[in-house]
Design a protein around this ligand. Sequence first.
Ligand code: SF4
Length: 691
Amino acid sequence: MSFNREAEAAYFRPGGAMEQHIKQYRRRDEQVKMAEAVADAFANREFLVAEVGTGVGKSFAYLVPAILWTLESGEKVVVSTRTRALQEQLTEHDIPDLKYILGSGYSVAEAKGRENYLCWNQYMSILAGKQKLDDEQERFITAVLSWAESTESGDRKELGLPGELMRHWGLLAANRRSCARELCPYREKCFRLKMLKRLEKADLLIVNHSLLLSDLLVDNSILPEYHYLIIDEAHTFERESFDKLSAVFSLEECRDILRLLYSKERRHERGYLQYLKGRYPNLMAALNELSTMVYRCGEYLEACFAAIKAVKVRDDHARVLEHQDFQSRWFAELIDNYTGWQHLMNLLIHRLAELKAELNGMEEEVEINAVIQLLREGSENAFMVMEESPDRPDTLCWVEFQDGQPVRLSSSSIRIGELLHQRLFSKLESLVMVSATLTIEDSFSYFIEKNGLNCLDDRDRVQTLLQYSPFEYDKQALLLSLYDMPDPTSAGFPKAVANALKDILTVTQGRTMVLFTSRKELRQASKDLRDWADEQGLCLLVQGEDGEFKRLMELFIEAPNTVLMGLETFWEGVDLKGEVLQTLVMVRLPFRSPADPFCSAGDRYFRLQRRSSFQGFMLPDAAVRFKQGAGRLIRSESDRGLLIVLDARLANRSYGRVFKNSIPIKKVVSLKRAELPAFLAGTGTAYLTPS
Ligand code: SF4
């Protein structure tokens, strides 16, 4: 089997192998063009950025050339998707389908985060009765016993247990904090280590973005060496990189590690050191000294976060620190306590290492080693936040709050693209980044810059491909924009939203999804609509009130008279074909909140270069999210639907054009709010039933 355009095209040609062997396969010219572009990118050491619209079939368009390339060159190809569900779509459906066509002369391995795999050490310690379990946990362990003894992968996806039992998966899951690493007595049987070995041998590696980025954090010690990478759902990659590559000093994580060792409430002492005192009375003096050290470490830690309480936050959950914060009294107090904490942490690690040497060959050696690793990680993470110049212009530092209390102090470079270039892209021979939503008004420049692809020495290596969706949007969908709604920042907006939704739902009678950008507005709309919806015989499903994503989706699919109202997850994670979703309402244009650290990072990145952060970041970022949201409506060629935007800025502001030009729905009607009911009952109904 040889790797060239002609050979590849033969698979996709009308009546070719793809059509012959894959059920429901639909040949698309757009798909063939993308497959050719991927093949060219691999052969010519190029970096391909490809936007292909919904319905093109992008996974086959990159899998076929990827497999042909690995067969021809012997090089590993890594495919990274955004979620585990997408990973499973590739490994359980698309790749098995291709085996009929491309043979089986290549091996495929799937890699996920360690929390997906059963940990033998945990499992054996539970079977040995070392952990006290409640009745439900007992039921969970009983339910997994025969699977645990027979599974070859140890992957939780094989279990298929109901959600209420899977809640207890954490009891058995491999865990970075508790892993005994090289001292683990079950290393030979460890499912995670077996998975890593499979990766070494595999030609095609299916991973997710989170794991791909974790690998960068640990100096590429998870994945084997690779030079060919495909990033699917690439529109989220920069955001995920920002979250994953940030350094975090976490109160909860550090507190948990210390409490694992020792805690004292009133006169009650607990923790691992207490256990050791009972087992090794001869080491009592050293263990007492360690207990005191842990206790004082805990005091310093609490004092660090008590100092941060001086930071004022409104309803947002994060606050970015500014230059004046670093000069403030509270920050000086934080530094004092942090210095004391870090000093004691180092001493503690040193003393525990001595204790470990003392217990050489005993079973506790493994456990002490695991604790030392955890303490080191906690100390190093805090060091990165506190001591790697948080007050530099190109570093963003922020505090996160929970229930009004500071719980995490984080920092990140604002130049995520440069970081990605240095740590990942510069090591590759070829890269493919693909998604249905990368361009703004058909331009890739925003994506290329933000993802650091403009840092390549040879810019000609970056190629772009834009293939529109094959769906007939002019016949299938209509965008309705209401130009006289109150300004979204005005006091009258929530009431106007509730009234508009009532008019819309009176006509649609369900099959409607409403996308919000603010939790507060979502709650208010729920309050305004709940009783009214009951009276109308409509079932109102609200994220956070009536269940979370999976359950809400099940309920939405089951009943036609349903209205689903949700936040960010629903802007992206919904793929409903057919008549299930007919009306999509966007309450506001999805500009990010300035309190979101990712937003502050983008804003500062452009301001530092004396460029408009609105034009450079806020607007294109919102346009991509708008495009993602709009993409929920039409998922197959028989779908029809209405997209209604309640934010008048779409019609009235000059930048509204950027949003409209970025989506495939080109038929746009601007209406007065008062005209909405009549329009929906007339022209609008043509879009409310599938053809
Ligand atoms: S190596 Fe770590 S994850 Fe694997 S079985 Fe041992 S403790 Fe569990």
